[in-house]
Design a protein. Structure first.
Length: 275
């Protein structure tokens, strides 16, 4: 098993050149499957975790204890470095963010993200958001951990009237406050992506791809993107197949939807390496 230090070092190295995909498992099994497929790093997904608990994805649904326990489970399940989707830090003030980040770092993560949403349709004021990013940076540094801090500007997701301009304003401020990686989930336009990359360079940028919008990894690399995550997309793909098949059984009495399932043998052999 690779040490925490080795995982963190390899994660940092991935951010120095090229473009890599960091897919988002929602449990130990999906994490191990993604490792077996050949990905170099993983990131947790708050939505994927919530859905697996039979809950919606909202800031106040899961507590920090449950989230850190989940992150630790993913970290322990794989040899790959793991980035934690840590939402808004699960705290109302900067001091609480710092304490929770300290606890998250202890789980063995190689990175974690802090977002600036305070609800489904509202952002923290930029001054407060910067303070929270700085608190997370301080907590990581005080722990003496080589953990990458990603700062997220949620402008595109909360319906801001000028999401690109506000994202640029916030991300440059977060970079100055100590964020290592910058992220504006919801941006899809190549021109907007390029503008974000230019605004925060030389710091790396993460782009979220949650559906097939026409851009592939090579396109994103050409735009200067360093890291690509898929958020809840893989979990939703799994849920989509599950719901279609279950509804076909319940509504039509047909088992045709089971034809696309992975075989028992394939899964058994896939996971046998961890026994």
């Amino acid at each position: 098993m690779r040490s925490t230090a080795e995982k963190r070092s390899s994660f940092a190295a991935l951010h120095t050149r090229g473009c890599f995909v960091i897919p988002n498992p929602w449990d130990a099994g999906s994490a191990r499957a993604l490792e077996a497929i050949g990905f170099k790093a993983l990131a947790t997904t708050s939505a994927g975790l919530s859905f697996s608990r039979g809950l919606p994805d909202a800031l106040d649904v899961l507590g920090v204890d449950e989230v850190i326990e989940h992150v630790a489970e993913i970290v322990a399940a794989t040899e790959l470095p793991v980035n934690a989707d840590f939402q808004s830090g699960y705290a109302t003030d900067a001091a609480g963010v710092a304490e929770n980040v300290r606890r998250c770092v202890e789980s063995g993560v190689a990175g974690l993200s802090i977002e600036d949403a305070r609800g489904a349709d509202a952002l923290f004021a930029i001054e407060e958001a910067v303070e929270r990013v700085a608190a997370a940076r301080s907590a990581i540094d005080s722990a003496g951990a080589d953990v990458l801090l990603t700062a997220r500007a949620e402008c595109f997701l909360v319906g801001h009237p000028d999401p690109l301009a506000e994202s640029l304003r916030r991300l440059t401020a977060y970079a100055a406050a100590g964020a290592d990686v910058l992220f504006a989930p919801g941006v899809r336009d190549a021109g907007a992506i390029s503008a974000i990359v230019d605004a925060v360079q030389p710091k790396p940028v993460n782009v979220l791809i949650s559906s097939d919008g026409g851009l592939n990894v090579a396109d994103l690399e050409q735009l200067g993107v360093r890291r690509v995550s898929v958020g809840s997309a893989l979990a939703r793909v799994a849920w989509g197949a599950f719901l279609r098949s279950a509804r076909e059984i319940a509504g039509e009495g047909s088992f045709g939807g089971l034809d696309g399932a992975a075989s028992f043998t394939e899964l058994n052999e896939l996971f046998s390496r961890w026994t």
